[in-house]
Design a protein around this ligand. Structure first.
Ligand code: ADP
Ligand code: ZN
Length: 720
């Protein structure tokens, strides 16, 4: 090739054409550096005929500067990038950026310098230096990252380097990872498990695209089963990606993986240190990395020879990204498997209705594990009608559940109370004037966190100290907590069972891999009697001594009434119930509710999953909702409310008139103010087969908006 077209991912421009100087060899997918004005850009060589762009005269082209020494992005991956951009109405560049994730992985040396404390005190101590010394115990990272960790400037740390308090450590980016061994410690599978595992292994060996739904009850050993095709891929020298919904889950998973394969997998998530990120990226692209475990962003990495993807807890909504490119990693993973021709396993005890429907229609191959492993039985489930048997005044745990908690403590067994609300109370009032504490940036109440003495917004992360007096009326010590959060439930348990050892498990308390690992170790060692947790504890964990689960408020998720409310409630409660009785002792589950006859609650009590899915399927079918119809949302936002409203109106005013395509709105979005931006929304509901993406592109493509307005498109939105 002597001229190429580039998509450019570190400047908002392009695609642009360049000349390839004599003697330089490039191919499609090559990552190159090229000049743009006085600066340099990084771009990916793309097929010209797939990228509309102006053809520039040969004589005007500038030369490519260099080809970066990383493997070119393969054709299959380029097609995946195009598909994703097309399907989710995103730009090619925005998707490609997720592949290159860390531009740092591409350029520069394969040795990097990190810093760590030497233990020597600096000669001259300043308050900032003291803060840094305190914050950086046991840390090793680049200056930039350490500065961020300690919330000081880079300059403070450079000062500490000069004073000998911080020392450089050379890190080899390309040092190899420990090798996983397919046969390290292979478990004996049950007959049910073996049958399913054999089928997966066969597909891995055949290198054929098969989308599997691994539909197995909680405790059936889904992990053990999908480890077999992982082993098969390892034997075949192909790479494996395991997508997990939470990083809190990773620690428990890593240990199981290491027991099975004799080495830990490579972990990929958004908060990796830059050196670890580069190391992982390069190992993945070179093919050295064997198994990668990651959050959704791991999906777009440039694997050299991927042979299997597993999406564990595939029903989880955290696979859906809700900003930037609004993609669903579960669905894109299936496309990746299809383009690159290998099997994919979607594992869940409570599959999304969409996935079940795909299995029903024969597109996915369903494999079932109908019973728990090792003779453990499914827990018994009962509802507690809060209207008839309410808790004592000012309390949230009903008498029947209180008795059950006492009983478990006496027997030395563990209990788990589930409430999907972080913090102490969802709403904080002034007891004198009724003033409600609200976030300045979002339409949301500030949530009191009593452990950390903070009022926090769960949407933008804003935090403030609780004021001494009411900002409205000046009343001193005025805060009243309204309603329960997990911290308040933990307080109540402490009153009921003063001797119990209680742990609160939420994204606030388990916010690092170490804390999550610590929690799991303590629970396993029976150093915890009662766990009080949010949705974080509904999945993945396996505590054999846990025999009682209490759902504090099963109605919580049903309020608000969004499309997936019933499904989500079913999944959450079924998953948390699935934590009970996984060992030799049977489990018992109590569901507190004000609506015991609601179909979803009744199905949970009866343990009748099919009844729930059948009713939900009919409801969705008659509403034209997914998986039978298609939804898309257009979200218009601006820091200026009038501007946002005006732009949304302009869009609404030019709506196309298409048969069987319903366009609703604009109306204020459910979070009408989010992170300081006012949001309006239009909803599109269409037949499954409608080309909503084309409709949206044609429609919005002709409109111009003021600079402060952002228009984002959400295809297959999760919540609205
Ligand atoms: P699921 O993910 O389906 O809820 P897990 O994979 O967590 O279930 O398995 C439940 C428990 O049973 C785990 O402790 C797991 O190690 C154990 N287990 C499952 N299958 C086997 C097996 N074949 N041999 C030994 N232990 C197993
Ligand atoms: Zn906020």
């Amino acid at each position: 090739m002597n001229r190429v077209r580039l998509i450019i991912f570190n400047a908002a421009i392009g695609p642009l054409d360049y000349k390839v100087p004599d003697g330089m060899s490039v191919e499609y997918g090559s990552v190159v550096v090229a000049p743009l004005g006085p600066r340099q850009i990084i771009g990916i060589v793309w097929e010209e005929d797939r990228l509309p762009g102006e053809s520039v005269a040969e004589s005007k082209l500038r030369n490519i500067i260099e080809v970066l020494p990383v493997p070119p992005l393969k054709g299959d991956l380029r097609r995946l990038i195009e598909w994703t951009a097309d399907y989710y109405c995103a730009s090619l560049v925005a998707v490609a950026r997720m592949v290159i994730a860390s531009g740092g992985a591409l350029r520069g040396p394969t040795k990097m310098t990190e810093y760590r404390l030497t233990g020597t005190e600096p000669e001259r101590m300043t308050p900032q230096r003291a803060v840094a010394l305190d914050a950086l115990q046991n840390e090793q990272a680049t200056i930039r990252e350490l500065a961020e960790l300690a919330s000081v400037s880079d300059g403070v740390l450079r000062g500490l380097v000069n004073q000998g308090a911080l020392e450089p450590v050379e890190v080899d980016i390309d040092r190899p990872y420990p090798r996983a061994k397919a046969d390290h410690d292979q478990p004996e599978l049950s007959a049910d498990q073996e049958k399913v595992a054999d089928r997966f292994v066969e597909a891995v060996k055949a290198r054929e695209f098969v989308p599997f739904l691994l539909d197995g009850v909680t405790g059936s050993g889904k992990t053990e089963v999908y480890f077999e095709p992982v082993a098969a891929a390892l034997r075949d020298n192909r790479q494996v990606l395991v997508l997990l919904p939470e990083i809190a889950l990773t620690e428990a998973f890593l240990r199981r993986f290491e027991d099975r394969f004799g080495a830990a997998p490579i972990v990929w998530h958004s908060s990796l240190k830059s050196t670890e990120r580069r190391r992982a990226w390069r190992a993945i692209a070179s093919g050295h990395a064997q198994v990668v475990v990651g959050a959704r962003s791991a999906l777009f990495l440039p694997y050299a020879n991927l042979g299997l993807i597993v999406v564990d807890e595939a029903h989880e909504i955290s696979f859906k990204q809700d900003d930037g490119v609004r993609y669903n990693a579960r669905d894109v993973a299936v496309m990746r498997a299809r383009f690159e021709k290998f099997p994919i396993i979607l594992a869940s005890a409570t599959p999304a209705l969409e996935s079940l429907q795909m299995a029903e229609s024969g597109i996915y191959e369903r494999n079932e594990l109908p019973s728990r492993f090792g003779g453990a039985t499914m827990p018994s489930i009962a509802t507690i009608n809060l209207t008839e048997n309410p808790p004592e005044r000012g309390r949230w745990i009903a008498p029947e559940l209180v008795e059950a908690l006492k009983d478990r403590l006496e027997k030395g067994e563990q209990s788990l109370l589930f409430l999907n609300r972080r913090g102490y109370a969802p709403l904080t009032l002034c007891r004198n004037c009724g003033f409600r504490f609200q976030c300045n940036n979002c339409s949301a109440w500030l949530v009191e966190h009593r452990f950390s003495r903070r009022l926090a917004c769960h949407h933008c992360g804003h935090e403030e100290e609780p004021p001494e007096t009411c900002p409205e009326c000046g009343e001193p010590e005025c805060l009243v907590a309204c309603g329960p959060g997990v911290e308040r439930i933990a307080d109540e348990v402490a009153e009921i069972l003063p001797e119990a050892r209680i742990a609160v498990a939420t994204s606030d308390t388990l916010n690092t891999p170490e804390k999550a690992a610590d929690f799991v170790a303590q629970a396993e060692a029976k150093a915890i009697d009662v766990i009080v947790g949010t949705q974080l504890v509904t999945k993945g964990f396996h505590f054999p001594e846990l025999t009682l689960v209490g759902v504090i408020d099963a109605d919580l998720g049903l309020e608000g009434g969004d499309l997936r409310a019933a499904e989500r409630t079913y999944q959450q409660v079924a998953q948390v119930a699935g934590r009970a009785g996984r060992g030799s002792k049977p489990g018992e589950v109590f569901i507190q509710t004000r609506h015991p006859t609601e179909p979803v609650i009744a199905a949970l009590e009866a343990g009748d999953r099919d009844a729930f899915y059948t009713a939900e399927t009919e409801a969705r079918r008659s509403a034209g909702a997914p998986p039978f119809g298609r939804w898309a949302a257009i979200i218009v936002s601006s820091e200026d409310e009038a501007e946002a409203k005006e732009a949304a109106r302009a869009i609404g005013g030019t709506r196309p008139n298409i048969q069987d395509v319903m366009i609703l709105g604009p109306a204020p979005a459910p979070m009408a103010l989010l992170r300081g931006r006012y949001r309006y929304r239009l909803l599109i509901n269409a037949r499954r087969s409608a080309q909503v993406q084309d409709i949206i592109r044609n429609w919005l493509g002709t409109l111009d908006f003021p600079r402060g307005v952002r228009v984002s498109i959400d295809v297959d939105p999760y919540s609205f």
